[in-house]
Design a protein around this ligand. Structure first.
Ligand SMILES: *Cc1c(COP(=O)(O)O)cnc(C)c1O
Length: 394
């Protein structure tokens, strides 16, 4: 019998398990909500990106059911063959209007929106100037484009400018790219300064607002609205999978940009479009952003309350400015152990370690939603304090 050529994978997995850094999948046995059932335990959910509780909003559920009855379960093809439904077009128009831009294209996910866009607008002769903590999908898009990648330390405007200045007179286009809100630290990108730099050095400006849409700006319009930079960001990416509560990603910008992506973005061309239920429930979600602004207000009330509780208890929440709050403990194995013990005590918060974050900055990440009650937040804080003391983290 031949030796198993994939043996090395098993050895690697065994090594991770030994080191305590292997990530077990938690199994959700019901809806994603403020309190959910995972692996047979009822826990307060501080791990999901369901910022506004829209995953279970009756209007989204009803829209999905109605669209399924009317259009069926799937779209049948990629967008460019025959899988573009009127619902897909309505959603793109709706988002473009909401974001105050000429046009929008919806992708299957935020990941494919970033990877598909960066890889198709740049060529190997071009340059990307990218924040060190930008999302993996941006990094993959940069690699796929084979453009030259120039990384600046996280939010370091001085080095970002040096990188741009060094490229003056060098052939090729320049793309300056940042996350709007950084998903591991919860800080807001310095968009006003980056926009100035892009304008000064003639670079294309691109922002990934995955964690800012539905969170920052009027009715959750994102960082461009938050900083009042309308018309000064060339490519805006967002996701429909986080605060919108469903699935998908989108790119907003000029009509030329969107028409170009319709012709060249590979996930758009070569992967099937969303089921009608997805497009319809996303449309319903944008109605809710406009009709129920109190959800976003409550999200921020909850975020401030929970952060104050963590800081009062003595935890290090780093540089967070949003509903994402890391609780930094340092060692990767310790972060994973902390997360497991919190879970046993009734709180779900993800352990995140190297290589997702720096080796000495491993953490348990918390994200509150608008739907957490004060009692749930108090209970979660109590669990954090008790478990941390027992583990000598506090
Ligand atoms: C989650 C996330 C994405 C990916 O979005 P999906 O819709 O889940 O694929 C992209 N960028 C950032 C910054 C994210 O946090």
């Amino acid at each position: 019998m031949r030796a198993n050529p994939l043996d090395y994978l098993g050895s690697q997995v065994a090594e991770w398990k030994q080191a305590g850094t292997y990530n077990n999948l938690r199994i959700l046995q019901g809806p994603s909500a403020a309190e959910s059932r995972y692996d047979g335990h009822e826990v307060i959910n501080l791990a999901s990106n369901n910022y506004l509780g829209l995953t279970t909003h009756p209007k989204l559920i009803e829209a999905a059911l109605e669209a399924t009855r009317k259009y069926g379960a799937g779209s049948g093809a990629v967008r460019t063959i025959c899988g573009t439904m009127d619902l897909h077009m309505q959603l793109e128009e709706r988002i473009a209007k909401f974001k105050n831009v000429e046009a929008c294209v919806v992708f299957q996910s935020g990941f494919t929106a970033n990877a598909g866009t960066v890889s198709s607008v740049l060529t190997p002769e071009d340059h990307v100037i990218s924040d060190a903590l930008n999302h993996a999908s941006i990094i993959d898009g940069c690699r796929l484009s084979r453009a030259k990648i120039h990384v600046f330390p996280h939010s370091d405007m001085k080095v970002a400018e040096e990188k741009l200045a060094a490229l003056e007179g060098v052939p090729g286009r320049k793309l300056l790219i940042t996350d709007g809100v950084f998903s591991m630290d919860g800080d807001i990108g310095n968009l006003p300064a980056l926009v100035e730099l892009a304008e000064k050095y003639g670079a294309i400006m691109m922002v990934d607002d995955a964690h800012s849409s539905g969170v920052l700006g009027r009715n959750g319009r994102g960082t461009i609205d938050h900083f009042d930079l309308h018309g000064r960001v060339d490519i805006q990416v967002g996701t429909l999978s986080k605060s919108i509560g469903v699935l998908g990603g989108y790119v907003c910008g000029s009509k030329d940009l969107i028409e170009y992506l319709y012709q060249r973005a590979r996930p758009f061309l070569f992967s099937t479009s969303h089921p009608p239920s997805v497009a319809a429930s996303c449309l319903a979600a944008f109605d809710i952003l406009e009709e129920e602004p109190e959800r976003i207000e409550q999200l921020w009330v909850n975020a401030r309350y929970f952060k104050a509780g963590l800081v009062d208890a003595g935890f290090d929440t780093g540089i967070s400015e949003t509903p994402i709050n890391p609780v930094i403990v340092g060692d990767t194995a310790l972060a994973h152990r902390f997360s497991r013990e919190l879970f046993e005590a009734g709180v779900l918060a993800t352990g995140i370690g190297f290589p997702t974050v720096a080796k000495d900055k491993a953490r348990v990440r918390t994200i509150v939603s608008s739907t957490h009650t004060r009692a749930q937040l108090d209970r979660a804080l109590d669990v954090f304090r008790t478990v941390a003391k027992r583990m000598s983290i506090l």
